[in-house]
Design a protein around this ligand. Structure first.
Ligand code: PLP
Length: 446
């Protein structure tokens, strides 16, 4: 006689997880801390939708925090991974696939005859990619100090958590415990889009600054696009002082366009030459894969050629490379056009719904990435992003979730659309927005 299956709920799944996993999550924002309620426990995903343990479907605007550019479980990507798995999970040796991927990425980062990078080293996470980029910059310049911008998130390595975006912003933390003060002191945190602050930092610390690291476009404190020419200014200023520019494209790379944010700027009014570029998310199509690229002279400082050490047991993992190759090969002009059009439609509907409720709001955009801030006026830096009625987002988020639309569980995260968001999915999002706007309008400050 079979025993009836126990009914799973998101509550029971979360309670069970909390007993064995800190906070019940393996990455903090997943815990729904800033929106309240019980996090979804997801068992599968397909196209524009995710399915939770109860069997309920949601139209998904998280897209695994960016990687799922083609939508979830694209059949050709899944097939590529399955075929790679059948050949072996990991060899700890070089593979033809990783060379193909490096060639493909270098090719994509060649825009108007200009090569954005000449070499690519694959790692498993964006955190490793930015950590490695900083080590190369320090090794190349013989200097220790790094400039980062408030509200930018570059992963969770020691030197990069100060006034960081993403989960650190969501939790309202200034940084992280456990980071030695001596390491934190090597990071200068400046307001974004503030040229005078950058010039003042170089004046005060000239000869000590190894690199500026910047998100290609800010997207971890809500979306904060660089002002026109700001990235070019950063490149010029760094170079004038013998420092490097690290362009962090972990989130924007291959998402806002075929050659990432750099590609968009390369064809615009203010092209610029970053020294090192970091990739993650879309490059692995949902598998753990990331990379750091740059000019040959810099990248060849890495071991085994040079003195800057970096390694990884699973770096260039064949399954991850197969997913990345399949994803990038499928991510053609039609994919980007679809994502752009879908993003514009959702933004317009969001604006209309919030306006109908008389709610002050700003929808910040960077290519197809966007987010909402419950305030008036332009959002140009982290202080602006924080100066909003963040408490309106929880009710807004839950009203969407109740109607079957899963938004990022933090007002500081971008909304991610995918090539799989079809008419049905987009209609579901648009139709859910008015009730969510009403919920946000009737929310009361805590
Ligand atoms: N850099 C940026 C711009 C990111 O958005 C992220 C993650 O969201 C990272 C680095 C860190 O990547 P990972 O979470 O793969 O370590």
């Amino acid at each position: 006689m079979s025993t009836p299956a126990q009914t799973l709920t998101n509550d029971s799944a979360a309670a069970r997880a909390r007993a064995v996993i800190p906070g019940g999550v393996n990455s903090p924002v997943r815990a729904f801390g800033s929106v309240g309620g019980t996090p979804l426990s997801i068992v599968s995903a397909s196209g524009p939708r995710v399915t939770d343990v109860t069997g309920r479907d949601y139209v998904d605007l998280v897209a695994s925090w960016g990687p799922a550019l083609l939508g979830h479980a694209h059949p050709e990507v899944v097939d590529a991974v399955q075929r790679a798995a059948a050949r072996g999970l990991s060899f700890g040796a070089s593979t033809p696939g990783e060379t193909e991927l490096a060639e493909l990425v270098i090719d994509r980062l060649t825009v108007g005859g200009v090569r954005g990078i000449e070499r690519l080293r694959l790692v498993s996470t964006g955190t490793e990619a930015t950590m490695t980029a900083i080590r190369i910059a320090r090794g190349a310049t013989g200097r220790d100090v790094i400039i980062k911008f408030a509200g930018h998130y570059h992963g969770h390595s020691d030197g990069l958590l100060a006034e960081s975006g993403s989960g650190v912003a969501t939790l309202g933390l200034p940084g992280s415990a456990g980071v030695p003060a001596d390491i934190a002191a090597l990071t200068l945190v400046l307001p974004y889009n503030d040229r005078a602050a950058v010039e003042a930092a170089f004046a005060a610390h000239d000869g000590r600054i190894a690199a500026i690291i910047t998100e290609a476009s800010g997207a971890n404190a809500g979306v904060l696009a660089p002002e026109p020419g700001f990235n070019a200014f950063l490149a010029d200023t760094a170079h004038a002082h013998g420092a490097l520019l690290i362009l962090d494209e972990v989130l924007t790379g291959f998402r806002v366009g075929p050659a990432g944010w750099w590609g968009l700027e390369q064809t615009g009014a203010h092209p610029f030459a970053p020294d090192l570029v970091t990739f993650g998310k879309v490059i692995g199509g949902g598998m753990p894969l990331a990379g750091v690229g740059g000019r040959a002279a810099l990248m060849d400082l890495l071991a085994p050629l040079g003195p800057v050490y970096q390694a990884g047991t699973l770096s260039g993992n064949p399954l991850a490379v197969a997913a990345g190759l399949a994803t990038l090969r499928l991510a053609d002009a039609d994919v980007y056009a679809h994502v752009d059009t879908a993003a514009i439609r959702v933004q317009a509907a969001l604006h209309d719904a919030l306006t109908a409720e008389g709610l002050p709001h700003v929808i910040s955009r960077a290519g197809s990435l966007f987010s909402v801030a419950f305030r008036e006026g332009a959002v140009r830096d982290y202080d602006d992003a924080r100066a909003q009625e963040t408490w309106r987002y929880g009710p807004f988020f839950h009203a969407m979730l109740d109607q079957g639309v899963a938004l990022p569980p933090s007002v500081f995260e971008a909304w991610f659309l995918t090539a799989a968001h079809d008419e049905d999915a987009l209609t579901a999002i648009v139709d859910a927005l008015p009730a969510a706007a009403r919920a946000a309008a009737s929310a009361r400050a805590p």
